[in-house]
Design a protein around this ligand. Sequence first.
Ligand code: F6R
Length: 264
Amino acid sequence: MKVVILKDAAAVAKYGANIFIKQISRKPDSVLGLATGSTPVALYKELIDAYKSGQVSFKKVSSFNLDEYLGLNPTHPQSYRYFMNQQLFDHIDIDKASTFVPPGDAEDPFTACALYETAIKQKGGIDIQLLGIGRNGHIGFNEPSSSLMSRTRIKTLTRATIDDNARFFGPDEYQPHLSITMGIGTILESKKVVLLATGENKAEAIKATVEGPLTAACPASALQLHEQVVLVIDEAAASLLSDVELYKHIEIENQKLLERLGRA
Ligand code: F6R
C-alpha cells in the first residue's frame, strides 16, 4: 500500500487533486468514482480551480458516486446527488447526464442496485476511485462486517455513522438509516484507488487499514488486496502508524525514481 503523509488537509487536497488531473490528462474520457463527506470538499475545490484556469476539462469524463441515502430524492439538500452538484458538478464542464449517483428514491431499490453495477460495467469500469474513510473504517457505506466481496446493495448504517453524519441534518430533520452503496468488491474492481484521510479522529481507522489484519471489522483493510491504492493522509491521521518515517522515506525514494524517469 502506498502511504503519502503530508503536513495538513490543504496539502492532502492538492496532492489528491493532482492525481485526478493527471488521470484526466492521460485519459480525457476517464470514469471517476467519487465520494461525498467533508474530506473530499477541498479536493473538489482544487479540481474546480484547475478547470477554471484551463488546466483540465471534464467534458468527456463520466462519474459514479459511491453511495446515496435511501429515502432521499435527488433534490433533497442532504442527498448526495445534491451535494455533488453543489460541491463539484455545477462548477465544471462535466455533462451531468454522465454523472451517476445511486438513486435514493428508486421505487425498487434492489433492482436499482443491480442496474448500478451494470452501468459501471457498461462504461468499462471505474478508472480511479476516490474514497474517504469513516472512524470505524467504513468505505462508501460498507460498515464493519460488510462482506469483502460485496456488490452495490442496500446497507443499514451503524449508530456511529448515523451520529457522525447527524451534523449535516437539522434537529427535526428526517435522517435516513439506510443507504445504497457500492460494495467492497465493486470498489476493489476499480483500476486505481485514492483514499484521503485527515485529522486525528481518523488515525485509528488508518492504522487498522494499513497495518491491521485483513478483516471485515475494518472494511478499508480490504484495500490491502488492491494493486494500485494510494492513501493520502495528513500527519494527524498518520499519528498512530508504527513507522511514519518509513512511509515518508518510501515516498521520497518513489518521487526520486519518477523524476529520474521523467514521470514526476
Ligand atoms: C461518502 C462516503 C463515506 C465517507 C466517510 C468519511 O460518500 O463514502 O465513506 O467517505 O464517512 O466522511 P468524512 O469525510 O465526512 O469524514
